[in-house]
Design a protein around this ligand. Sequence first.
Ligand SMILES: [Cu+2]
Length: 148
Amino acid sequence: MDRRRYLAAAGTAVAAGLGGCLGLTRGDNTEFDVGMRPTSFDPPTITVAVGEELVWENTGTRDHTVTAYEESLPDGAAYFASGGYESEATAREAWSNGAGGALSNGEQFSYTFEIPGEYEYFCIPHESGGMVGTVIVEDRTPTATPEE
Ligand SMILES: [Cu+2]
C-alpha cells in the first residue's frame, strides 16, 4: 500500500489499515496490532510512530492485562495500563483486588503514544511466565512501511 492509499484508508478504518500495513497475518482479522496468547504478546516487540494508535487484543482464553513498567517510561511519557490505571502500583493492586484491568477473550485495549522512545510493559498475571513486551515509538510520520 503506498502512502496516499494508506492515508485514504486511515480515515475510514484506522485499526484495520495499520494491522494490514504492519504485515500481520491472522486470518482475516487485522483489527489489532498485538495479540495476547496464553503467556505471550504477539509480536513481543512492535514499532509505531508518534500519534499512531496501537491496539492489543486478547486472542486467547485466559485473561490478560497490558500494564506499563513505570520505570521504563521515557521522560515525559504518560503511564498506560488496561483499566486506565495511573501507576504500576495502582494497576497491580487492582489486579490483586478482583482482576482489575483484565482483558478477556476478544477484548481490546488501545493506546496512542505521544512521546518517542522505548516502552516496556507486561501482563500482571503472567509476568512471572515471561509475558512482557516492548513498544518502540518513533518520531516520524506514520507510513505504510513494514517495521519488522
Ligand atoms: Cu497474561
